[in-house]
Design a protein around this ligand. Structure first.
Ligand code: NAD
Ligand code: IPM
Ligand code: MN
Length: 381
């Protein structure tokens, strides 16, 4: 993965061209993508790198244009880029279409083609948002969980799959190698955080989970120095995430469980619109907010661009190794939230909500002012 190999540990060299394929997609996708790209541009403006953005269609928009949710030209642009940003895919008109015309098939095909097998979904509840959590402020304060979702296997890709004669079937399948590589990543992430890894499965019922649990334990015995590893059944994990989220550091789980638990984590933060993600593996890194195309609010200018902005911060951190710029983005949106500037999904009673553009402008202003003061400090030295 761009993000995880030794070669990519270096910061983007001075003068480097950062090539990003930009796939806005459907619904609110293009709205939050526009906001995120403005933030990305502002975050690197004073760095000695140049940003090259290439926009391409994906999802239902691409199906309408040419019949495929992942056109060849889009895929080629992604393969040629250093990183891909994807807004969201999915459209109500697509329901009932054959699988090869579903927007979601485009996204799953893209993850596969980019060899993204690890999905990092960080869930931090900034102090300013504890009041809008679906849990209570006392329970949620200090929450900082890294959901590590296996992204390349499980029910999403397992064969056989199909539908015939009034029956339909999918296959949950994992090999030891697939579990080992994600477990290794989980251990290494935990080591860089608070040293705890909770692996979530359904080992009381599923063979796949029993293999998962055994391989996690074996990998921990071999590579887990300094990391405290435990296991939790997924149903209980869903409950603990609401009642006692601060117990978690890295929460490692398979593809479908991770999908479900991360939307629940959206409720913990107050809105699914607030979470971002990084999809990493052996190819090009892909950055996507956790939320979908949100057809219920698309086109209204009210979508929360926080998840998209959080994904930009992750891109700066994991692909471009520009940690200072990543933190500048995160501090900027956290400061704007703390000032009470909120989109409607995370507003407190009595606060007047702003739209996507006004929220984004406030974040851009903040990034620009911190960039300027950093430049002044630099000049004084
Ligand atoms: P969704 O995430 O689109 O929306 C769920 C709820 O969260 C809705 O009420 C929506 O308004 C709200 N929400 C989502 N993003 C928001 C934002 N940025 N700001 C404010 N509120 C936001 O989930 P859904 O309705 O179950 O799915 C809609 C479509 O999106 C489906 O076609 C699904 O397959 C697709 N989807 C795509 C992705 C992706 O592209 N990565 C992820 C999830 C769902
Ligand atoms: C997500 C989405 C996707 C998934 C869908 C759109 C295929 O829900 O990224 O969380 O299930 O992985
Ligand atoms: Mn999901």
């Amino acid at each position: 993965m761009g993000g995880m190999t030794a070669a990519a540990q270096r910061e983007a060299p001075p003068g480097a061209e950062l090539k990003v394929a930009v796939l806005g997609g459907d619904g609110v996708g293009p709205e939050v993508t526009a906001a995120a790209m403005q933030v990305l541009e502002a975050a690197v403006r004073n760095e000695s790198v140049t940003l090259s953005l290439t926009a391409r269609p994906v999802g239902w928009k691409a199906v309408l244009e040419g019949g495929s949710p992942l056109p060849e030209a889009t895929l080629q642009a992604c393969l040629a880029a250093d990183a891909v940003f994807l807004g969201a895919v999915g459209h109500p008109d697509a329901i009932g279409q054959p699988r090869d015309r579903l927007p979601e098939t485009g996204l799953l095909g893209l993850r596969k083609a980019l060899a993204c097998w690890a999905n990092l979904r960080p869930v931090r509840v900034p102090p300013s948002l504890v009041g809008v959590s679906a849990s209570t402020p006392e329970r949620v304060r200090g929450t900082d969980v890294m959901i590590l979702r296996e992204l390349g296997g499980g029910l999403y890709y397992g064969e056989p799959r199909g539908e015939k004669d009034g029956k339909a079937w999918n296959t949950m399948v994992y090999s030891e190698d697939e579990v080992q590589r994600i477990a290794r990543l989980g251990l290494s992430l935990a080591r860089g955080r608070h040293g705890r890894l909770t692996s979530v499965d359904k080992a009381n019922v599923l063979e796949v989970s029993r293999l998962w649990r055994r391989v996690v334990d074996e990998t921990a015995a071999e590579k887990g120095h300094g990391v405290e590893v435990d296991h939790m059944l997924v149903d209980r994990a869903a409950m603990e995430l609401m009642l006692n989220p601060t117990q978690f550091d890295v929460l490692l789980t398979e593809n479908l469980f991770g999908d479900i638990l991360s939307d629940q984590a959206g409720a913990l933060v107050g809105s699914l619109g607030a979470l971002g993600s990084a999809s990493l593996g052996d190819g090009t890194d892909l950055y996507e907010p956790v939320h979908g195309s949100a057809p219920d609010i698309a086109g209204k200018g009210v979508a929360n661009p926080l998840g998209a902005m959080a994904s930009v911060a992750l891109m700066l951190r994991h692909t471009f190794r520009m940690e200072a710029s990543a933190q500048r983005v995160e501090s900027a949106y956290e400061a704007v939230l703390a000032d009470g500037i909120r989109t409607v999904d995370v507003k407190e009673p009595g606060q007047e909500p702003v739209g996507t553009t006004a929220f984004t402008d406030a974040v851009l202003e903040r990034i620009e002012s911190t960039t300027e003061s950093a430049a002044i400090t630099e000049g004084v030295r």
